[in-house]
Design a protein. Structure first.
Length: 520
């Protein structure tokens, strides 16, 4: 057997997603040489492609036993520990991989990606910069570098790296929307973006370009064109999804049903380290996180998916969704002490330096009941922004194209329905957990930042510090859509932005009126 050819053939099958053929090829290899490390590593890649991360970890560890000198294996092992939310182990493995001499560009990029997923963007940048030096023509490496530079506030360098990505790979469509999100676009790239015909693109690529075009049209104050670009791309994406607002309605209904009953499984965990900042996306959660993490006793942990993923894991439901009625019902009976301990352990890489930390995952507003069950002393701050600003801002936002819980935002009317579900649920949490749940009005905060920040800090049981509202001085990374805005002083420039899109909101306004929601 020609082992090199066998490995190459298996890799080609994996690349083309012919996993059964790849698996057969690798098994033949291991029958010929059961100690061939690449065989186990490629089996791990197949397991990972099927989201079987624990099996992948076992297989990569076997590969490392056979070839401990391969930094590639260690970097991929680190990536898979991130997938199962063991950030401590992932960081240790990254540091081990970094200790190797003469890492190649792919190894450096993989290490950078792992650091980035953990929110350690300065560490990520160090590796990405080395990767692009070794492989200056690799567009993906430049894109990864650009993203981390953006999150750390180095916008000019990020812009250059996004432009380099586009120069190297004109069909790297994600880079266009990322570039446009940074503000003014160089006329060369602006012309490229506006000239692209999204009709000929795949739905996700069309979405990236539609959002990029909309940002440019907004800069030109051409909101009709901006809406047309957005709506066309979103309709195309929605046509490929099996999304119904009724599925979201079932989730909200299940939460209220489960937590209307007395909870018997609460932990006695007294930890008060985490402060959860939640709300509809684009409602000011990053602003509140910036204020709180300006405090000497508070660290920003960013937008962690850890809590929801741990609830899913401990519930052990077989459904393919992170949260659904089945998972909600089953999770109400899990070991909440174990949930609390595992959640805290999963944050240690980022949060170990201060007494408190902020977890700013907006959609954790769905998990309030579980949070209080795990942390009876938890402080949960919920942002509430005006209806039309919330709805329009969500519709305008490019969320992760593969995360189904943002599917409501592909249509203005379903976004309005989701907002109404949100309002109803937070009213329920306010009544149910008045000691834990505090609502901040976004408009009040930006118009009277000191007054509102003092109330916020008091609720979180923190001491007042005059510098808290100086968010422009907060240098910690911001891995959210607000990365650009929150580098400036607090202002009210976003209040009333919905009026620019008033021409397409008649149905939304009618729905809000029917629900008795004021939007004037």
């Amino acid at each position: 057997m020609n082992i090199s050819n066998q490995i190459s053939t298996a890799q080609k099958f994996i690349t083309t997603k012919q996993y059964k053929l790849a698996h057969q090829c690798i098994i033949e290899l291991l029958q010929f040489d059961k100690f061939h490390a690449d065989g186990y590593f490629l089996l791990a890649i197949i397991a990972s492609e099927h989201n079987n991360f624990k099996k992948a970890i076992v297989l990569i560890e076997q590969a490392i036993v056979l070839a401990p000198e391969r930094a590639e294996y260690i970097a991929h092992l680190a990536k898979h520990y991130v997938f199962i939310n063991d950030y401590v182990k992932a960081k240790q493995l990254c540091e081990k991989a970094e200790s190797f001499d003469k890492l190649n560009s792919l190894e450096l990029d993989t290490i950078g990606v792992v650091y980035s997923k953990m929110g350690l963007h300065h560490c990520a940048i160090n590796n990405f910069k080395k990767a692009v030096v070794l492989a200056p023509n690799n567009a993906s490496f430049h894109f990864n570098l650009a993203v981390s530079l953006k999150f750390t506030g180095d916008f000019e360098s990020a812009k250059n790296a996004f432009e380099k990505t586009i120069d190297l790979a004109p069909n790297y469509y994600k880079a266009y929307s990322s570039l446009a999100s940074l503000g003014e676009v160089n006329s060369k790239y602006q012309d490229k973006i506006l000239a692209l015909n999204t009709d000929k693109l795949q739905p996700d690529d069309a979405l990236y370009i539609g959002h990029a075009q909309a940002r440019i049209y907004e800069k030109q104050k051409n909101y009709q064109q901006a809406f047309q670009a957005l709506n066309q791309a979103k309709i195309a994406k929605l046509a490929h999804l099996n999304y119904r607002i009724a599925d979201d309605q079932k989730i909200f209904s299940s939460l209220k049903s489960v937590f209307s009953e007395p909870q018997t499984g609460k932990t006695t965990e007294k930890a008060d380290e985490p402060i959860f900042v939640v709300g509809m996306p684009r409602s000011g959660t990053t602003l509140v996180e910036r204020i709180l993490s300006n405090h000497a006793d508070v660290t920003s942990a960013g937008e962690l998916q850890n809590f929801g993923l741990l609830v899913k894991e401990l519930s052990a439901t077989s459904s393919p969704f992170v949260i659904d009625p089945e998972t909600i019902e089953t999770a109400s009976k899990i070991d909440f002490k174990a949930l609390a301990q595992r959640y805290l352990a999963s944050t240690r890489v980022i949060t170990g330096e201060t007494a408190r930390f902020v977890d700013k995952m907006p959609l954790n507003f769905l998990y309030v009941g579980f949070i209080v069950s795990a942390f009876p002393n938890a402080k949960i701050v919920c942002l509430d922004r005006s209806p039309l600003d919330s709805i329009v801002s969500n519709f305008r936002q490019l969320f992760s194209v593969n995360f189904s819980y943002y599917n409501y935002a592909y249509d203005l009317e379903t976004t309005a329905e989701y907002y109404l579900l949100f309002k109803d649920l937070i009213a329920f949490w306010c009544e149910k957990f008045p000691e834990n749940f505090y609502v901040v009005n976004y408009q009040s905060l930006v118009n009277s930042p000191v007054e509102e920040a003092k109330k916020l800090v008091n609720f979180c049981q923190l001491s007042w510090q005059d510098s808290l509202v100086d968010i422009e001085n907060n240098s910690s990374p911001v891995a959210t859509a607000s990365a650009v805005q929150v580098r400036s002083p607090i202002n009210n420039q976003s209040v009333g932005n919905w009026q620019r899109y008033s021409f397409c909101l008649d149905k939304v306004k009618a729905r809000l009126q029917t629900a008795g929601v004021s939007f004037d």
